[in-house]
Write a protein that binds this ligand. Structure first.
Ligand SMILES: *Cc1c(COP(=O)(O)O)cnc(C)c1O
Length: 380
């Protein structure tokens, strides 16, 4: 299906709402029926027929249709956050006595789910260095049900070979889940490479304006139906019709935003490479990146996040640099219109190195951002 058709037409039956160009926000909790028979049919098919907004809401449904088409999956389910997409897809495929293999240092709350929460229910997880294919093979046990990948991750950008790992998973009846938040379906298609489930923090690039928290699960109809009728309807992790509308709006500009964001990242990296105080730059599409070959094999491009190690003499200098930056906001998260920094000197743990700064480039002009970094480097 054509990308332009998906973002502007698919799922938008405008004749049903006065030919409005922008779809209505169907802000209702429930839907009425014209007859007992109609209601009976709806109650036994809550995923396909609007009955109650915890199940199917028409505004959310437009979004789900577009996301599935963009991902190239049979189905998509939007949920209340990225972590709920992660939790629901894991919980739906695991039970007491079973085992998960996960890449080490995943998103912090994925780590919490696997290592603090699931052990209470008799589920065990092995965390591995996912760069090495052999590690995946070696950690398979008789009861292993899930391989969990996050490629690239959002701080050091380590990658996993989705195709090779999914192949090993298939041979062992293991479900492969990939957190694709960094790349989005614009730059990486895990399902085409053999993965079973793709999850997103839609809070990041898909929303794109730092005003919505949401998550998405993409998979085949059977898997999404299973998650919908079990974990999703029981836990009730829905998004509001209003948030779905904001995400539909975000989708319309996702590709041009990513183009600008990526272009900015590359221009800033080019500048940083000329700076003495820069010791190392972590960015998947940088030729010096350790996994550059894998990056160009499975991704179309890198996006707007990169991490820099600076030659700061001490923690005070690291703090001075971050306090001197004015045009990048000092904040967690990423994917919005605004550029951000996350310096490791903010973390309380004494063992965390203080000399790394993660940059996210937004939609500003590159020179505006480069001048800002240049001033901050001069200030220290
Ligand atoms: C932010 C993030 C999440 C969590 O998403 P929320 O929408 O904040 O719940 C998961 N994975 C990655 C890689 C993220 O960056």
């Amino acid at each position: 299906m054509d990308y332009s058709y998906i973002i502007n037409k698919l799922g938008e039956n405008r004749e049903n709402y006065f030919n409005a160009v922008s779809p209505p926000i169907i802000q209702t909790s429930n839907f009425a029926f014209n007859s007992v028979n109609e209601m009976k049919v709806a109650l036994s098919n809550e995923k396909e027929i609007s009955c109650y907004t915890r199940g199917k809401n028409p505004t959310v449904d437009i979004l789900n249709q577009k996301i599935a088409a963009l991902e190239g999956s049979e189905s998509a389910l939007t949920v209340s956050s990225g972590v709920s997409a992660i939790s629901l897809s894991i919980l739906s495929n695991i039970k007491k006595g079973e085992h998960i293999v996960c890449v080490k240092d995943p998103y912090s709350w994925t780590n919490k789910l696997l290592n603090n929460f699931l052990p209470k229910f008799g589920v065990e997880t092995t965390m591995i260095d996912g760069k090495n294919i052999g590690n995946w093979k070696d950690s398979i046990k008789k009861n292993t049900k899930i391989f969990y990948l996050e490629t690239p991750n959002s701080f050091t950008f380590e990658l996993q070979d989705i195709k090779e790992i999914s192949k090993i998973a298939k041979e062992n009846n293991i479900i492969t889940i990939v957190d694709n938040s960094y790349s989005t379906f614009i730059n990486q298609k895990p399902l085409e490479l053999g993965a079973d489930i793709v999850i997103y923090s839609a809070t990041k690039y898909i929303g794109g304006h730092s005003d919505v928290v949401a998550g998405i699960i993409c998979s085949n109809n059977e898997m999404i139906n299973k998650i919908f009728y079990n974990e999703f309807m029981t836990f009730g992790n829905i998004i509001s019709p209003n948030d779905a509308w904001l995400l539909i709006r975000g989708l319309r500009t996702l590709k041009i935003r990513l183009d600008k964001i990526t272009d900015n990242a590359k221009k800033i990296i080019k500048y940083l490479k000329t700076q003495e105080k820069v010791l190392e730059i972590l960015y998947p599409f940088d030729e010096n990146f350790k996994q550059y070959d894998l990056a160009i094999k499975q991704m179309k491009d890198a996006t707007g996040l990169f991490t820099v190690r600076f030659d700061f003499k001490n923690k005070t200098q690291a703090e001075k640099f971050s306090n001197s930056i004015k045009n990048f906001l000092l904040a967690v998260s990423w994917g919005g219109h605004e550029s951000l920094i996350l310096p490791t000197c903010v973390f309380p743990n004494e063992n965390t190195p203080y000399d790394y700064v993660r940059f996210y480039t937004g939609l500003e002009e590159a020179d505006f951002l480069i001048n800002d970094i240049d001033n901050a480097l001069k200030a220290i």
